[in-house]
Design a protein around this ligand. Structure first.
Ligand SMILES: Cc1ncc(COP(=O)(O)O)c(C=O)c1O
Length: 395
């Protein structure tokens, strides 16, 4: 029997179970690789964000091993004694990669989004946020205490209407638009050029989350801002190191003034310990690999195009995906869980994504493709999807 003050937790968990929304940790080894092992069985991994396979790249492993001499943690925040030459070097290398004036490291993509939004916006400001933005953006908006107005997914006309009504109502504070560039559960692209045009017209700040775009799309993997050739100077961009770059942490890139401002204002930059030497070394190695091997990015998108076309030809609904994130819409949470379990029993790891991660009645299998999947891996996956889809009467 759990202590009385904690019993509300049991009740909440029971509700989640009854709605097929209960979550459990599962043990996997080589969990970021194209093939992982669960309970001793090799399983094809269609659920990793290690899109380029860099997490186990020999250069990253060697860099981590070489950094071992510096030991474990940094022991203090960047503003105390935790800012090593390597931190500055990495920021400079990444800014160069993104063709940005500056880059500032954060300890994760989650903290970077929260840090930026809470530093830019306050109670007098307006944030316009896409309805499918990542949870870290939603939390950043809430914590900022700004007035957050959510616009329908990728709907430029609705965003324009929000701008117009803010002018009509005489809003005098800042206006900020925040959007994922590649949406993490739908795998589609934000209409970035049109959004940037609106921001320019209304003097708004544009904050973009390139977590699933950096290293994956655009010239050399420089993201959607580069692909769409966005030239709007008040653009602030977040990139994670934890996904395509196979490491950990995140960057904010943008004008040098933004970096200077965040160093002085962002509470979750100021009041947290600096990223450790091994992470910085791995990240530096990842940026080098990415610059030297842009073909990895092309391979990733070639694999994604092949896999998406195969699913669509069978009749699966892949929503508006145009990237390496390919959802298979099921709708019902219980059925989605059943499909994920059936895929696993047939050697495919593809997780069920359910509300609240996605809107009600849009539960789906989310697949993420890697550059390190071979053509025969993807053909195998397609054959299993077809078999399971037919068995569950989804096809
Ligand atoms: C769109 C998006 N933004 C931010 C994050 C957070 O990044 P991190 O895992 O580095 O905290 C994620 C990852 O889950 C994401 O999908």
């Amino acid at each position: 029997m759990n202590p009385k003050p904690l019993q509300f937790m049991e009740q909440r968990l029971d509700v989640l179970r009854s709605h097929h929304l209960y979550r459990q940790l599962r043990t996997a080894s080589a969990g970021s690789e194209a093939w992982l092992t669960i309970e001793g069985c090799p399983i094809l991994n269609l659920s990793s964000n290690n899109y380029l396979g860099l997490a186990s790249h020999p250069d990253l492993k060697a860099a981590i091993a070489a950094a071992a001499i510096e030991g474990g943690g940094m022991g203090s925040s960047r503003l105390i004694a935790g800012s090593s030459e390597q931190h500055h070097l990495l920021e400079g290398r990444f800014a160069h990669f993104k063709r940005a004036e500056s880059a500032l490291l954060f300890t994760s993509g989650y903290t970077a989004n929260v840090g930026v939004l809470t530093s830019l916006a306050g109670p007098d400001d307006l944030i316009f946020s896409d309805e499918l933005n990542h949870a870290s953006i939603i939390d950043g908006c809430r914590l900022s205490r700004a007035c957050c107005q959510v616009y329908p997914h990728a709907d430029v006309a609705a965003l324009q209407a929000l701008f117009a009504s803010s002018v009509q109502s005489g809003h005098t504070g800042k206006r900020i638009v925040v959007t994922d560039t590649v949406f993490s559960m739908d795998g589609d692209r934000a209409p970035l050029q049109a959004i940037a045009d609106l921001c320019r017209r209304y003097d708004a700040i544009l904050v973009v989350d390139e977590a699933h775009a950096t290293g994956c799309i655009g010239p050399g993997g420089r993201g959607l801002v580069a692909e769409a050739n966005i030239q709007y100077a008040a653009t602030i961009s977040m990139s994670t190191l934890s996904k395509a770059l196979g490491s950990f942490g995140a960057f904010i890139t943008g004008p040098a003034l933004v970096k200077e401002y965040l160093i002085n204002v962002a509470r979750n930059f100021i009041f947290t310990t600096a990223l450790p030497p091994a992470v910085i070394a791995a990240s530096l190695a990842a940026v080098n690999v990415l610059e030297q091997q842009p073909a990895l990015v092309e391979q990733l998108q070639e694999n994604a195009t092949f896999f998406r076309a195969g699913l669509q030809a069978m009749g699966f609904n892949t929503l508006t995906s145009s990237t390496h994130i390919i959802p298979i819409l099921i709708g019902d949470s219980a059925l989605t869980l059943e499909m994920s379990g059936e895929l696993l029993r047939n050697g495919i790891f593809a997780v069920a994504i359910r509300p609240p991660t996605v809107p009600a009645n849009t539960a789906r299998i989310r697949t993420s493709i890697m550059a390190t999947h071979s053509r025969s891996d993807l053909e195998y996956a397609l054959s299993v999807f077809e078999r399971v889809g037919k068995r569950l009467h989804l096809l």
